[in-house]
Design a protein around this ligand. Sequence first.
Ligand SMILES: *Cc1c(COP(=O)(O)O)cnc(C)c1O
Length: 228
Amino acid sequence: MNVAENLEVIQGQIANACKASGRSKDEVKIIAVTKYVSPERAKQAIDAGVIHLGENRDEGLLHKISQLQDKPVWHFIGTLQTRKVKSIIDHVTYIHSLDRLSLAKEINKRASSKVKCLIQVNASGEESKHGLNPDDVTGFVQDLKQCPNIEVSGLMTMAPFTEDEQVIRSCFRTLKNLQAEIQQLRLEYAPCHELSMGMSNDFKIAVEEGSTMVRIGTALVGNESEVQ
Ligand SMILES: *Cc1c(COP(=O)(O)O)cnc(C)c1O
């Protein structure tokens, strides 16, 4: 399937999930995750109307940027090493993987203007997953007061890879509840209006549970083995 056709299918599924949960489909941004595919394939997503693109490694991001004439809104969605902040900071609008104060301080130091950050939360408690323990998130948000170049735009999580829909759903609910807690703090630097949750396998559930950013790779642009 070409990217435009995939996009249409996904938009329809998002619209249905929104309808089922009483939301407007305009509340959900689609981030095309292009990490597996070529710049040409990423270009097809842009041509189909995708505005937001996501990469999880600095090399992949910088390569795509150097090859594309277009200027999509770039999202950095992968684990970010502190020493890599400098190379990506001027190229991305959102960083979805803020998970420690040392990283926040480096972003704060290197930023030339406010950076929209999402705090990555390990909502499932799986040991293999990155992100803050849900219990530590509000304290962390308060610590970020010392970083004036950081805006806490929202929260991000990855659900476990499982067939058990209830496990996935409860993980997304944890994130939504945390968002409410943070918004109750009424911190000017932490509007926290975004929930980055949902990937190819679970975005419909995520949208039903309040996602505002779905990060879709395989189902939208495919992965290398399918494309080449
Ligand atoms: C790769 C990746 C995605 C996209 O995964 P798909 O299953 O291909 O849709 C989403 N989020 C993160 C953080 C990723 O690393």
